[in-house]
Structures are given as C-alpha cells and as structure tokens.
Ligand binder design. Structure first.
Ligand code: USQ
Length: 405
C-alpha cells in the first residue's frame, strides 16, 4: 500500500513510519516539524538525541534498503498545498497523527489553547475536505484518545466508541446507537472530541472510510525497528508538559528525582506500550471499513492502572522516593476505569503488559542519557486554572517554581 503518515516525525509517528516501511509499504511522511519547534519554545529536548527527519530517513535507507519519503507540509495552515499533494500522490491509506498531543501544553496559556484548537481542528477538517474534493478513496486511520470518554466512574465498562441507548418517544421506547458522550478533561482532549464529530459527518455525508483509535497513555520508547540503529531512536519526552506519567516516573527514578504523583494518585488510566501502539495501527489499516459504514472506533489500550500504584511499583523496582504533590489539573482525584478492547484482541493483538524487563529498559535509556536532562524542566507547571496554579509553587525538591503556566 501507499501510505501517508501525517505527523510521521513524532513520538508515535516515527516508530509507525519505520514499522510500516519494514512491512514493505510505500511510506510518505507528511509533517510540519512543529513538535521540534515546540521543544525550542519550551527550551527542552528529547531525552534521546534525535536526528533530523532527513537524516533519520537516510539511516533507515542504509539499514533496511527501503525509502521513506518526507514532505514538509502544514496540514492546518496550507490547505491548497495539502489538496495538491493528495491529488498528486493519491495514497491508499492515510494515518493521521498530526495533532498537538499534550494536555498540559494545551492548558498553558490562552495562546496555547488557541493554537491547539486551530492546529488540531483545522488540520483534521482540512484533511477531510481535501479527501472529498480530490475524490481519493483512502482509508483514514486517526489517532484519537481514551480521554474523550472522560474519567467519571459510571460503573460500566467503556465500550468501543458507541453506546446503545433507549429513548422515550410518544410511541414507546426506541433503541438508538450514539457516539459515547464525550467529557474531555483538557483543551487537547476537547479537540479529539471535536474530531469525532467531524469524522461522523464526513463518513455519513461523503462515504469516507474512517477508523478512529482511542488510545491510552503510551509508555516505553523502543520498538523492533528503532532498535536497529542508534540513530533511528525514538524521541523520549520527560518534561512537565510532554512527558507522560509512567515514562516520567521511570526517568525520575533513573536520576534520583522524587516521583511526581499529582494529588492522591487515585487517577486510573489506560496504558499501552509503544510497540503495541504501532502494531494496532498496522492491524487497523488491514481492516478498513467500507464506504457508507459508520466510523470504526477501537479502544487502543491494553491495561489500566492507578497512578499511585505505578509510582509504588517503580519505587519498589528502583528505590525511588514518591512525592505526593498538589495536582495542577482539574480532574477527579479517584476514579475506576474498565475498558473494552475486544476488537484488537480479535484481530490478533498480543498485549505487551507492564513487565520488569521493559520498565528497566526505559530506566537504562534514561540513565544513559541522564546528562541531557534539565531537572528544572521535570516538574509539571501548567495549571488548568489560576486557582490551581497558585497552589503549584514548589517543586518536589523544595525549590520555588518559576511560573505556574
Ligand atoms: N500525572 C501524575 N504525575 C505526572 C504526570 C501525570 O500524577 O508527573 C497524572 C495526571 O495528573 C493524570 C495522569 O497522570 O491524571 C495521566 O497524565 P499523562 O500526562 O500521562 O497523560 P494525559 O495528559 O492524559 O495525555 C497522554 C498523552 C495524550 C493521550 C493521553 C491518553 O499526552 O496524547 O491522548 O495520554 S489518555 O490519558 O488515555 O487520554
């Protein structure tokens, strides 16, 4: 297949690009390199030293003999170029990962909220409109988030995207299937909820074939292909905006920094290893819906964990100290979470669950590159409201924080 990977330079995008190329697909990365610019804006860098995308592609060609094509294009801001590119290249499938993906970054300031909505919502809509206009029949696979469901405990397992409801009508109750009601917890998660509505409309109106992957928190760093050469290494975020919880705990343990649990750590979340994330995208590509089908939704996660249990587990493994900190986010202090994920299991996913070996691998990567870590960038300072920001004034080592968002 000829596959366009929008956002193919990012944390999930790069290993996905390598994996699909290794499978023999003709892979085109389309990326505006915004994630690299955000590193510059925030004054942080990936824990692992990353080469330019062009250099990464060159190393892959030397290592595997396969070509990855790179196109510098901004999905959200360059509509006419996007349309011309699609009309010319006519991919069989499009993997859409080209969105600003950090909740704390999206809540930093009003400017970051505006940027996240413009980038993510325009990008998705531009893509859908251009697909219709150019008449290409590509299967669109989008990376969404488990966070669209919200984390209020209703006591029932979270279904894969749709909910059967019974509505009272004058002639008696009528059954209907609706998109699971969204309850996003950040501006970032809100943009993924908006994406769902855009997909529903374009599948119904224009017969676009769309799969939406509701992914949990990714952990780990290496995949089979990124291990092949040190310059194929994936990016690894540790900072308070882009670092995600389990990876952050692992690098904190590696550098002797207290594990930064927000609040009581009673938040339960869904997790998936990066290797499975890449495999799920491959499985979804192989199982496309037909024109006229409703949007296909998968829950892309393999297990759920409570934040404090993860912290305790990492502490036991590494003798790290756990710090319970004021939570900069507006979120339920404690929640239960049961998630259905049968569809990927039926397609053949064999989950990589939390195992000591894989956790230690991350700690080892962190120790190797510990000299690249700026300790002052470890605490999370982006607060969801001004009131919460006022409480986040000290880092776990007792130093005053420069600014809370
Ligand atoms: N948390 C801590 N300490 C930390 C960092 C986070 O206790 O040092 C807590 C947060 O308060 C939150 C939970 O851990 O309750 C998860 O935070 P996170 O930063 O790991 O994940 P999140 O902000 O939800 O976003 C990440 C990805 C996003 C993806 C999402 C999947 O950045 O792109 O969509 O995970 S999900 O969480 O299932 O919505």
């Amino acid at each position: 297949m000829k596959i366009a990977i929008l956002g193919g330079d990012g944390f999930v995008g790069w290993p996905t690009t390598l994996h699909l190329s290794a499978q023999g697909h003709e892979v085109h990365v389309v990326d505006n390199l915004s994630r690299r610019w955000i590193d510059t804006e925030l004054g942080v860098q990936s824990l692992t030293p990353m080469d330019s995308i062009q250099e990464r592609c060159r190393i892959w060609r030397e290592t595997s003999g396969r070509t990855i094509h790179f196109h510098l294009l901004d999905l959200a801001e360059e509509y006419e170029r996007l349309k011309a590119w699609l009309a010319q290249e006519r991919p069989d499938a499009i993997v859409h990962l080209a969105e600003q993906r950090a909740a704390p970054y999206s809540m930093k300031t009003d400017r970051h909220k505006v940027y996240t909505v413009r980038n993510n919502t325009n990008g998705t809509h531009n893509l859908l409109a251009a697909m219709v206009e150019t008449g290409i029949d590509a299967h669109l696979v989008h990376l969404g988030t488990m966070g669209v469901y919200g984390y209020s405990s209703v006591g029932a397992p979270i279904p894969e995207g749709y909910l059967d409801v019974s509505i009272e009508t004058p002639t008696g109750p009528k059954e209907q299937e609706i998109l699971y009601p969204t309850r996003p917890g950040s501006v970032y998660h809100m943009t993924k909820s908006l994406d769902q509505i855009l997909f529903q409309f374009y599948a119904q109106n224009d017969g676009l074939r769309i799969t939406d992957l509701h992914q949990g928190i990714v952990w780990g760093t290496h995949t089979t292909e990124t291990r092949l050469h040190e310059q194929l290494v994936n990016r690894f975020d540790y900072d308070g905006d882009y670092g995600t919880v389990l990876n952050r705990f692992l690098i904190q343990a590696a550098i002797g920094y207290p594990l930064t649990v927000h609040g009581t750590g009673g938040q339960t979340r869904a997790f998936i290893h990066i290797q499975d994330s890449v495999r799920c995208i491959e499985l979804a590509l192989g199982d496309a819906p037909k024109a006229g089908d409703r949007v296909r939704i998968f829950n892309q996660m393999t297990e759920t964990h409570r934040v404090r249990d993860l912290a305790e587990m990492v502490a036991k493994l590494t003798e790290a100290h756990v710090a319970y900190l004021p939570n900069p986010r507006k979120e339920a202090a404690e929640n239960e979470l049961v998630v259905k994920n049968e569809q990927f299991l039926e397609l053949g996913l064999e989950p990589t669950t939390l195992a000591e070996g894989l956790l230690e691998e991350v700690v080892e990567v962190a120790r190797r590159f510990a000299h690249r870590i700026d300790r002052s960038r470890v605490p999370a300072v982006s607060a969801w409201t001004r009131e919460l920001g006022a409480k986040v004034d000290r880092d776990p080592e007792g130093k005053a924080l420069r600014s809370a968002s």
